[in-house]
Design a protein around this ligand. Structure first.
Ligand code: ADP
Length: 492
């Protein structure tokens, strides 16, 4: 990938966003400005869909579902369409990645891999699943036949966040479409651009009109209307716990739609003195929290280090952290891009202020960076001496702030790891195989990385426990969210 091509794409003006309803691009009731996190200037506008706009999008999804233009299309034909979409994502990969970075701020080196790259792979994975997942024949008595079918649920509402719009969007859209549903997507207001482009590519690939609709706009208006719609059968969401709680209330107030929530975490990354390579662990611990400026749901945001090696480990970690290049996310050598919004940046700084007030010590970082650019940047921040009662230990920052806590032995490590309301991800660094397995069994989270952190691909589920959510994104398990079971019980 060359910088000149990225610069050229990044210089292009961005047209005002529209809504995609019933295969047509239409204006919304209002508009929302989109600010660039790179320089704080207005980049473009997106449509702000009203409750009426959302109702139209849901009705078009319902009509498409009922007439079977997609839901009853031959599986091999649906598969071909989703493969064509994956081809188009690959063909437009750089354009999609650059567009996404312009409103969300992820460093381009990461966006290129994590955004179009993983979205294309996800569409291919579920395209292939379409004609390989079978129903079941129940082990009944010989005078009856029990056939268990899996049917699409109908209309899926998908509300997605701003940190990896294409990747997380694809985790929801691909299995929902693959199983024959219609989708109404609501991107985050600060990361809609790449998903609007994806929707255009979906039309080009042959997803029929009305099957995939996009409504942009503020969460409290557009998102709320989608979550309250009686035309939405299943709601899938990635975002904050506060919004997740509201979605459950909207479901209760409307049609009891099933809600699958992925709500972030406060993931422990546990380093034992017997780790196979402490230097590698220190570098990985920095990457685990600071890439995408910490705006990663599985970020290793609580570092637990065995007391024996704590000081040396923190020194090495701080050295690696200070070397990370913070800056313009559109530059290929940037390792820590922009914080998505000013609100987010101020929240991050508030966490640091509270941490020092509560007795934590800043080893490096702690401040806004590159303020003269007008953009939203923050120095990667390490805080030591963080205790379980501190706010920084308990709450998700969703920014480049790492909480470090020492532990004495394995029992304390496990206790500290589980001292959280969240349970999304974890890491364990040890050369002791038995200890690694004990920790994997003991830690309550959806994934436990061993001697690595992050990078789990589409073949394995991402599934939170405790207040990190429910239901799986990725893997064949995700198909369960988008299908209903139906039994045919036949007397022979
Ligand atoms: P974050 O705090 O990380 O921005 P949010 O949960 O606020 O996370 O946002 C995730 C997604 O949820 C975004 O698309 C946002 O617009 C949407 N959202 C926010 N509030 C609501 C709401 N009350 N109802 C429905 N969707 C919402």
């Amino acid at each position: 990938m060359d910088q000149a091509m990225i610069d050229r794409l990044a210089a292009a003006p961005v047209a005002a966003g529209k809504l995609l309803i019933g295969g047509e691009w239409v204006k919304g009731a209002g508009e929302t400005p989109v600010l660039s996190p790179i320089d704080g200037k207005q980049l473009t506008t997106i449509a702000a869909a009203s409750a009426d706009d959302v109702a139209r999008a849901c009705a078009s999804g319902r009509a498409a579902f009922e007439d079977g233009r997609w839901s009853r299309m031959a599986p091999a034909a649906r598969k071909a369409v989703l493969h064509r979409l994956a081809d188009l994502i690959e063909k437009h990969a750089t354009e999609l990645a650059v567009l996404g970075v312009r409103d969300n701020g992820t460093e381009i080196s990461m966006a290129l891999k994590a955004e179009p790259g993983s979205a294309a792979g996800t569409f291919r994975y579920y395209a292939e699943a379409i004609d390989k997942v079978y129903g079941e024949v129940a082990p009944t008595a010989s005078n009856v036949l029990g056939l268990i079918h899996r049917e699409p649920v109908g209309v899926v509402g998908a509300i997605v966040p701003w940190n990896f719009p294409l990747m997380i969007g694809a985790w929801k859209i691909a299995p929902a479409l693959a199983t024959g549903n219609s989708v109404v997507l609501k991107p985050a207001e600060t990361a809609s651009l790449s998903l609007l482009r994806l929707a255009a590519l979906a039309l080009e690939a042959g997803v029929p009109p009305g099957v995939f609709n996009v409504v942009t706009g503020p969460g409290r208006v557009t998102g709320e209307a989608l979550a309250l719609s009686n035309d939405v059968d299943v709601l899938v969401f990635t975002g904050s716990g506060a919004t997740g709680r509201r979605l459950l209330q909207y479901s209760a107030q409307s049609n009891l739609k099933r809600c699958y929530l992925e709500l972030g975490g406060k993931s422990p990354n546990v380093v034992f003195a017997d780790a196979p390579d402490l230097s590698a662990a220190a570098k990985a611990a920095a990457t685990a929290i600071f890439r995408n400026a910490g705006q990663v749901c599985v970020a290793g945001s609580r570092l637990l280090v065995e007391a024996l090696v704590h000081d040396a480990f923190v020194d090495e970690l701080a050295t690696a952290t200070r070397k990370m290049a913070v800056g313009n996310p559109l530059k290929l050598d940037t390792q820590v891009g922009a914080v998505n919004s000013l609100t987010q940046l101020e929240g991050n700084l508030g966490f640091v202020a509270d941490a020092t007030r509560e007795g934590g010590e800043i080893v490096t970082g702690g401040s806004r960076a590159l303020e003269e650019t007008g953009g939203y940047y923050m120095d990667p921040t390490i805080v030591t001496g963080v205790r379980p009662e501190h706010r920084l230990y308990r709450e998700e920052v969703f920014g480049p702030v790492l909480a470090v806590t020492p532990f004495a032995d394995e029992a304390e490590a496990l206790r500290l790891a589980n001292a959280s309301d969240f349970g999304l991800a974890a890491g364990v660094w040890t050369a002791n195989l038995s200890r690694a397995h004990r920790m994997v069994r003991g830690i309550r989270s959806g994934v436990v990385h061993v001697n690595t952190y992050g990078g789990a691909d589409v073949t394995v589920p991402l599934s939170g426990v405790k207040q990190s959510g429910n239901g799986a994104d990725k893997s064949l398990h995700a198909l369960e969210k988008y299908t209903d079971l139906k039994t045919a019980w036949i007397q022979l």
